[in-house]
Structure formats: C-alpha cells, structure tokens
Design a protein around this ligand. Structure first.
Ligand code: ADP
Length: 273
C-alpha cells in the first residue's frame, strides 16, 4: 500500500480553444493496491484526469508519473498495458460475440499463447463471477453483468491499475451493487489498484481514499469519513453527505458502535430491517 503507482505533480491542463484550465496545479499520489474514488461536481475535472491517466491527453504543465514513468515520454500503448479502463456505457465496450470471445479479444491482440489465454479468460470470469455466462451473447446480459464482463476483459490483461469512469452510472441499483461488490472482491483478491471516477458519493464511501475535485482543483483528500461527512462544506460544492454516512452518524449519536469507515448496502439493509 505504501508505494505510489500514480503521481500527479502540479498538473495543469486546458482543452484547445478554452480560456479556463480544466485542471489547475493538481497534485496527488495513488498508492499501489488502494481504492481511490475521484469525486466532485460536474465539470470539476474528473474525466479530464481519466483522459490523462489513459494517455488520451498529456499535461500542459506539471508531471504525471505512471509507475515512475513520465507520461509524456511514454507511448499510449505502454500506458494502456499498465492501466485498464471501464467506461460508462456497457454496450459500447463489447467486441466479441460471446462473453468468452469478448474477454479473450484483448489477449488475442496482444499475441498471448492459446493455453495461457484460456486460463486467463477463465480466471478473469471467475473473479467477476461470470463463468456460467461464458457462451452467452454480451448484449443479452443485464447492465451489471455487462459491466462485470467489461471488468473481466480488463482483468485478463493484468494491468496494474483499473479505472472505472462512471462505470456504474447507467446501472440500476442492483447492477450498481453487483459492480461495487465485484470491485471490492477483485481489489481484495488481487491487490489491484482501483480508481473509480464517480459522481455517486454513496459509491465513493467504499473507497479507501477520496480525492474531492472542485473547479479543476483538488479540494480535499482523505478517507470517506474525512471528506464526505461535513454537510455545510459539501453543500457549498453542490453535494450532499451520502446516506450511509448520515445513518452512521445517527447511529453514533445514539451510542451504537460501528467500527468501519462506511456501511455496505447489505449492512444498511440489515440495520434498517
Ligand atoms: P467532470 O468529469 O468532473 O464533469 P470534466 O473533466 O469533463 O469534468 O471537465 C472539466 C472542464 O473541462 C469543464 O470546464 C469542461 O467544460 C471542460 N471540458 C471537458 N471536456 C472538454 C472538451 N472535450 N473540450 C473542451 N472543454 C472540455
């Protein structure tokens, strides 16, 4: 957990023909094996960070290091070997006619030998608990299942970091829960570094670290409890304290002990019923 895998040092970025910086002197480190959620209001710079991390854009000023390599001096292909992305729209991510083909696609492209490919596809589908859907057409799956397959496709490539860019925002609550639990499982089992970019603060409560963005700048970095519980501060940013943390506070006021940083949805249901 102690070594940074990603470091931004005073990164400034501006889109062409814009007068305002999309990112202004942004600095933070992301530790190996951690789960970091990047949150903030619309337009705060979250997606721009994802584009920089994915090698789609490069800092105008400042420095972005991915596994100690300077992004400007690294090819997009080297960056993509280290960083896997899962996007918002599950349907746009499929290239195979079956779940198995889809997860195998990136490996085939990378020339992974057949035996190893089969093993990696199985392992990846096992991790997201989609082994039973091997021969199904991706388009027939539910939203949550589709995103789990998209996650498996990334896992099969064995990147160091998986970035989920609003990956749960198109899903219903069940799909969202499936995906969040899958991320938790993957992070625990494989020690993979997870970065979730989300406007859903409830989801962010599951992360180890929150990076709160505001108007292209880092507003605050800390644990969910440190960043997501101050109602007055969040209101100023157009945000609200997530329900699970509100409930946790209510519990604490009653003297009920909860020793975890945030409640999972299951625990919430348990607590409420
Ligand atoms: P978020 O993901 O938090 O909603 P973005 O990173 O998309 O924020 O946006 C940060 C700023 O950059 C905003 O002011 C937005 O208008 C601007 N921006 C984002 N994408 C583009 C683009 N393709 N061209 C020009 N400006 C952009």
């Amino acid at each position: 957990m102690m070594k940074p895998i990603i470091e931004l040092n005073n990164v400034t970025f501006r889109y062409p023909r814009q007068t305002v910086n999309a990112l202004n002197e942004v600095s933070f480190s992301i530790m190996k094996g951690s789960w970091t959620a990047i949150v903030g209001h619309n337009g705060s710079g979250k997606s721009t960070i994802a584009r920089l991390l994915n090698g789609l854009q490069f800092p105008l000023k400042g420095e972005l290091l991915i596994d100690s390599l300077v992004s400007n001096e690294t090819t997009v292909w080297d960056i993509r070997k280290k960083i896997g992305m899962v996007f918002q729209h599950p349907d746009n991510q499929f290239v195979g006619t079956t779940v198995e083909d889809d997860v195998a696609f990136g490996l085939e492209n990378n020339g992974v030998p057949r035996e190893e490919m089969i093993a990696r596809v199985q392992e990846a589908l096992h991790q997201v608990r989609m082994t039973d859907f091997l021969r199904q057409e991706p388009h027939h799956l539910s939203g949550g299942q589709k995103q789990r397959v998209a996650i498996a496709s990334v896992l099969a490539l064995q990147p160091d970091v998986i970035i989920l860019d609003e990956a749960t925002s198109m899903l219903d609550p069940i799909g969202r829960e499936e995906v969040i639990q899958t991320i938790q499982q993957v992070q625990k089992n494989s020690g993979m570094t997870v970065i979730s970019i989300t406007h859903d603060l409830e989801e962010a409560t599951q992360a180890d670290t929150i990076i709160m963005m505001n108007k292209g700048e880092v507003y605050k970095i800390g644990t969910p409890r440190e960043v997501l519980t101050n109602e007055v501060e969040l209101k100023k940013l157009g945000l609200d304290v997530p329900f699970s943390l509100k409930l946790q506070k209510a519990f604490a006021e009653k003297g009920w002990q909860l020793d975890k940083p945030a409640l999972t949805r299951e625990e919430l249901v348990d607590a409420l019923w």
